[in-house]
Design a protein around this ligand. Structure first.
Ligand SMILES: Nc1ncnc2c1ncn2[C@@H]1O[C@H](COP(=O)(O)OP(=O)(O)OP(=O)(O)O)[C@@H](O)[C@H]1O
Length: 238
């Protein structure tokens, strides 16, 4: 009998309020969700709807004002800074819009920085092979295109064999074709390694790649869509 999919993340009543002086911003106003093992989930919503705030809480970069966020049986909302650091280091791969590579280090060295502090890393060469950059190990970031630099950032994120890959606008700085190549890489990691992927985008076309699409508006999940047939990045157009 096939096993029931296990939730990786469960959130109940998550709120986040930022206070700056007299001003309060309600970034999340009560989010409930479940995200399952090996799922590919897209967070879609307008600017300011709370996507990054939600991803940052799931990734242990921020904590909610109220509510609960569990990664497996660990309550991230009550974890202290040390526990969150360990959680991020051992279990979370992050990919951001900007690649944050170290310009004085080669591609291989940029990835090795992460594998040196992880308990069960893959070799940097293996991670770079998975993103199609095995030929560029000794190049410096300035010798690569934007899309190639983003693929190095993905290799760095997956080299520690994270449980979850959290991507905040990973194609935001890339042109159409290069963006598709980067999406292909994220889809391949999700399928081949079974890494749960959560990807933020403004681009509704990208939602076609997901198992499920969580639509956010004004700090809430408004709709959850399930794709009966997932599209490959090559089939997407925008
Ligand atoms: N550190 C902060 N201090 C004050 N307000 C913040 C802070 N971070 C986020 N916000 C506010 O919280 C709301 C949600 O922001 P968030 O970045 O989560 O939205 P988003 O959907 O990811 O937007 P975008 O697509 O533009 O990145 C916005 O109104 C934003 O201005």
């Amino acid at each position: 009998m096939p096993q029931e999919p296990q939730p990786v993340f469960i959130a109940h009543g998550l709120t986040k309020t930022y206070r700056t002086g007299e001003v309060e911003v309600h970034a999340l106003r009560g989010v409930d969700l479940e995200i399952y093992e090996s799922e590919f989930v897209v967070l879609l919503g307008p600017s300011g709807s709370g996507k990054s705030t939600l991803l940052n809480i799931l990734g242990g970069l921020d904590t909610p004002t109220s509510g609960e966020a569990f990664w497996r049986d660990h309550d991230l909302s009550r974890a202290d800074e040390g526990e969150l650091t360990r959680y991020r280091r051992e279990h979370v791969g992050f990919v951001f819009q900007f690649y944050n590579l170290i310009s004085s280090l080669t591609v291989r060295e940029n990835v090795a920085l992460v594998t040196e502090i992880s308990p069960q890393p893959m070799a940097p060469e293996e991670a770079l092979q998975l993103v199609g950059l095995a030929q560029r190990l000794d190049h410096f970031p300035s010798q690569l295109s934007g899309g190639e630099q983003q693929r190095v950032a993905i290799a760095r994120a997956i080299a520690k064999r994270p449980d979850v890959l959290l991507c905040d606008e990973p194609t935001g700085a890339l042109d159409y074709e290069t963006g598709k190549v980067v999406l292909e890489v994220i889809a391949r990691i999700n399928q081949e390694l079974g890494t749960t992927a959560v990807v933020i985008t403004h681009n509704a076309a990208i939602a076609g790649m997901a198992d499920r699409v969580l639509h956010l508006a004004d700090g809430r999940i408004t709709t959850i869509e399930t794709n009966t047939r997932k599209l490959t990045p090559a089939e997407l157009s925008w």
